[in-house]
Design a protein around this ligand. Structure first.
Ligand SMILES: [Cu+2]
Length: 155
């Protein structure tokens, strides 16, 4: 193979690499990403109380898109944050630093004042254990957390 041909092949290979989709770094979490309303397969209603959620165990499938409708029926502000153990630990630390200031809503979490109802659409990622939790200081350690078991996608 002559040099020119090698160069041509190399540049073609490079062009091919450039056409590959770049993974979305912001939403690369294995526990999922924001879902689209058009892909919602199921709605799960969750009530936040002082100081717990009315559900503590949920079962979903890998890749399933769920519409969570969360209502705060407590007297206190509560959060509903979806994440793996690491994400929850990070959010817990952040909330301790902010000494209980309300966090703005994020792709994987919402803050609810007493009486508020909000919706969060989430597409689950890989099989594994995910949690939903509230990190208003003291709430997570008081048990305001539930497990989401993400099972195999059998569809
Ligand atoms: Cu709470």
């Amino acid at each position: 193979m002559n040099f020119d041909r090698k160069m041509k092949l190399a540049s073609m290979a490079l062009l091919f690499l450039l056409t590959l989709p770049v993974p979305a770094l912001v939403q690369a979490a294995t526990y999922g990403h924001t879902g689209k309303a058009s892909q919602v397969g199921r709605t799960i209603r969750i009530t936040a109380l002082d100081i717990r959620f009315d559900k503590i165990r949920l079962h979903v499938r890998a890749g399933e898109t769920i519409r969570f409708i969360v209502t705060n029926k407590g007297q206190l502000t509560h959060e509903f944050i979806i994440g793996d153990a690491r994400e929850q630990a990070e959010h817990e630390q952040e909330m301790q630093k902010k000494a209980g200031m309300d966090m703005p809503d994020e792709p994987n979490g919402i803050t609810l004042k007493p009486g508020q109802t909000k919706t969060l659409i989430w597409t689950f990622g890989l099989e594994g254990d995910v949690e939903f939790a509230c990190h208003v200081p003291g709430h997570y350690s008081a048990g305001m957390v539930g497990k989401i078991f993400v099972g195999a996608n059998t569809k």
